[in-house]
Design a protein around this ligand. Structure first.
Ligand code: COA
Ligand code: ZN
Length: 302
C-alpha cells in the first residue's frame, strides 16, 4: 500500500480556536508537540505569525518557533503567515517554510485577513520577492464553500482563481474546507480539474468535520491521487472568522483508518491517541474526535 504524508495542524488550527484565559501555556503547547513528534509526526504547522489581537492564543509564536527549531531540526515545520510582516518575523527566526492563506471567498478573505483578492495576490508576490528561498504553501481557504456565500459548485472557479498564483510561482496548494461543507463528489471534481489544468502542482487537503465528512472527503482526495493530508489532534479547531466552523478532522481517527487500511503513515496510533487524550484533558475546546471518547480499546461484547 502507498505512503500517506500526514500533516499535523492542531498546534495552529486547533490552538487558535481555544477560548480560555489565561491563554494556553507555551510549555503545554510544547508538551503536546513533543508527544506528536514521539508518535511519528513528521510534518507540522505549529503556529501562526499573525496579529495577537486577531488570534490571541498564538501570541507566543516566537517562543514556540525558537523551541521547535532547536528541538526538531530535521522535521518539516511551518507556520501560517497572513502578510509580509508575518513572513519576516518567521524568516528572521530561521524558519524557511510557511503557509500563506487566501480565501476563494471574497467575503471570507475580508473577514479573515481584511483584504481584497487583489491585495492578497500582491502580498503573496511581495513575500516571494522579499524571501525567494522561503518555501510557501498557499492555503486556499473556503475552497468548497463559504460561511457567508454558501457552497461552491464550479471546480473551474478554483482552477481560474489559482492561475495568478501559479504564474507567481506557487508549487504547493492546500485545498482547505474551512467550514466542513465539502462532499466526496465535489472533492474529486475539484482535484480532477486542478490536476488536469496544473499537472505539476502539488496538492494537499485540509478538511473540517462539521458535518462528519472529514474522513470520507480525505479518502476521496486519496482516491484522486492526493498523498499529503492535513488533520488536527483531537479534531480540535475551527476558524474563528468562519461562523459554524466547528471541529477539524481528528488526526488519531484518521491515523486509525489509514493504518487499518494498510497505508504507511509512520505514525503510531496508540501514541497519537494518548497525545489527543492528554490534550483534551488539559486544554478545553471543541473536539470532534471519536477515539478520545472510547474508554478502552478491547472489542465490545454484544
Ligand atoms: N504579526 C503580528 N502583528 C501584526 C501582523 C503580524 N503578521 N500584521 C499586522 N499586525 C498588527 C499591526 O501591527 C496592528 O497592530 P496595532 O493594532 O497594535 O497597531 C494590527 O495587527 C492590525 O494591523 P493591520 O496591518 O492594520 O492589519 P488588519 O487590521 O487589516 O489585519 C491581519 C490584518 C492579517 C494582520 C489580521 O487580520 C490577522 O492577523 N488575521 C489572522 C487571520 C488568521 O490567522 N485566521 C485564522 C487562520 S485561517
Ligand atoms: Zn482549518
Amino acid at each position: 500500500m502507498s505512503k500517506i504524508e500526514v500533516v499535523e495542524v492542531g498546534p495552529r488550527d486547533g490552538f487558535q480556536s481555544v477560548k480560555c484565559a489565561p491563554p494556553i501555556a507555551t510549555e503545554l503547547k510544547l508538551d503536546v508537540i513533543d508527544q506528536l513528534v514521539s508518535a511519528g509526526v513528521k510534518h507540522m504547522e505549529y503556529t501562526s505569525f499573525v496579529s495577537p489581537k486577531a488570534i490571541p492564543q498564538l501570541a507566543d509564536s516566537k517562543a514556540v518557533t525558537e523551541a521547535v527549531l532547536k528541538k526538531y531540526p530535521g522535521l518539516d515545520l511551518f507556520a501560517l503567515v497572513p502578510n509580509l510582516r508575518g513572513a519576516q518575523n518567521a524568516y528572521e527566526l530561521g524558519l524557511r517554510k510557511v503557509c500563506y492563506v487566501v480565501s476563494l471567498s471574497k467575503s471570507h478573505n475580508k473577514a479573515n485577513i481584511n483584504r481584497t483578492h487583489e491585495q492578497s495576490l500582491d502580498a503573496y508576490k511581495e513575500i516571494r520577492s522579499a524571501y525567494p528561498d522561503l518555501n510557501i504553501v498557499v492555503d486556499l481557504a473556503t475552497t468548497f464553500g463559504c460561511p457567508f456565500e454558501g457552497k461552491y459548485n464550479d471546480p473551474q472557479a478554483v482552477v481560474d482563481f489559482l492561475k495568478d498564483y501559479i504564474d507567481a510561482g506557487m508549487t504547493t496548494c492546500c485545498l482547505c474546507d474551512t467550514i466542513g461543507i465539502a462532499d466526496p463528489a465535489q472533492v474529486k471534481a475539484v482535484i480532477g480539474a486542478l490536476k488536469a489544468a496544473y499537472p505539476t502542482l502539488n496538492l494537499q487537503v485540509h478538511f473540517h468535520d462539521t458535518r462528519g465528512l472529514g474522513m470520507v472527503n480525505t479518502m476521496a482526495a486519496i482516491e484522486s491521487g492526493i498523498t499529503e493530508v492535513q488533520s488536527a489532534l483531537g479534531g480540535l479547531g475551527g476558524c474563528p472568522f468562519a461562523p459554524g466552523a466547528s471541529g477539524n478532522l481528528s488526526t488519531e481517527d484518521m491515523i486509525w483508518m489509514l493504518n487499518e487500511m494498510g497505508y504507511e503513515t509512520g505514525i503510531e496510533f496508540s501514541k497519537v491517541l494518548a497525545a489527543a487524550k492528554y490534550q483534551a484533558s488539559h486544554i478545553p475546546g471543541n473536539y470532534s474526535g471519536h477515539h478520545i471518547h472510547i474508554e478502552q480499546e478491547t472489542p465490545c461484547k454484544f
